[in-house]
Design a protein around this ligand. Structure first.
Ligand SMILES: Nc1ncnc2c1ncn2[C@@H]1O[C@H](COP(=O)(O)OP(=O)(O)OP(=O)(O)O)[C@@H](O)[C@H]1O
Length: 255
């Protein structure tokens, strides 16, 4: 039987008196590649923060990696959403990553992990450059390297493709697939950029009308479900054996 990485029951998350989302049951299996989808402001980042133990939530069960959800698990890594002016650091990534060595890991082992993570995101050339001089896409690649330093079992990605050109987007998707398929990581990825991912998600979480819903990618990544989710006419079409999402902005909006 496949192991569950996340299991939750009766989960609900509110900010003050405002309910963001709730769900009866959630079960994410080890090795899944999960797309976390929903319109702006529905609570995707808040859901990821909930898994990290950073956001207060109500639940009867919320287990992650066989233990009750808690803050600071070294088996979970998080790549936050890139925001303008994210970096004011004059340090380069190599030096910055050195400062994050946990006491339990030797300097030699940590340096091996740093080199490995930087190699994985193909960022050797920019790892010695001050972080505040990097382009948005370069910065994002190094932040992904940072998320790999702990060799996590669960990787949470919040809009990882923002700021990347189309070629870099597809390269990053290839890297994420490598982490999932060859290193066995379970990955939850919030995104508004569906086309680079649509053929690869195995599972989908939708946040819509304050409900968090889970399903197989084949069941939920359909024209109807996505059109309802984003309140506009979207078609999932197959071209050369691959799915693509096409928007029809001039058609009547769904309400
Ligand atoms: N600290 C906070 N205080 C008050 N409201 C907050 C706080 N953090 C988030 N919110 C609100 O909670 C809602 C959910 O925010 P969240 O960032 O989780 O949405 P999201 O689905 O990730 O959005 P987007 O797709 O735009 O990134 C938003 O309306 C946001 O304004």
């Amino acid at each position: 039987m496949t192991k569950l990485i996340i299991s939750a029951a009766d989960l609900s998350v509110s900010l003050g008196s405002r309910l963001l989302f709730e769900c009866d049951e959630l079960a994410i299996e080890e090795g899944a590649f999960v797309g976390l989808l929903g319109g702006n402001g529905v609570g995707k980042t808040t859901f990821l923060r909930t898994l990290l133990g950073l956001q207060k939530a109500q639940y009867t069960t919320l287990n992650i990696l066989d233990a009750p959800c808690k803050r600071g698990s070294s088996s979970i890594s998080y790549l936050p959403q890139l925001k303008a002016q994210s970096s004011r650091l004059a340090l380069c990534a190599q030096s910055l990553f050195q400062t994050w060595r946990p006491r339990s890991i030797s300097a030699k082992e940590w340096q091996r992990r740093i080199d490995n993570a930087i190699d994985q995101v193909n960022a050797q050339k920019i790892a010695s450059q001050p972080m505040d001089t990097l382009s948005g896409g370069e910065y994002q690649r190094l932040m992904l390297a940072q998320a790999l330093l702990n060799e996590p079992k669960l990787l949470l990605l919040d809009e990882p493709l923002v700021g990347l050109d189309p070629s870099r987007q597809y390269q990053l998707v290839e890297l994420i697939l490598h982490l999932q398929q060859h290193l066995g990581m379970t990955i939850i990825c919030s995104t508004h950029e569906l086309n680079p991912f649509i053929n690869h998600f195995t599972e989908v979480l939708l946040i819509h009308e304050q409900k968090l819903r889970q399903g197989k990618a084949t069941e939920l990544l359909t024209s109807q479900t996505l059109s309802e989710l984003y309140h506009c006419h979207l078609d999932v079409v197959v071209h050369h054996g691959r799915q693509h999402l096409i928007a029809h902005p001039d058609s009547d909006l769904y309400v």
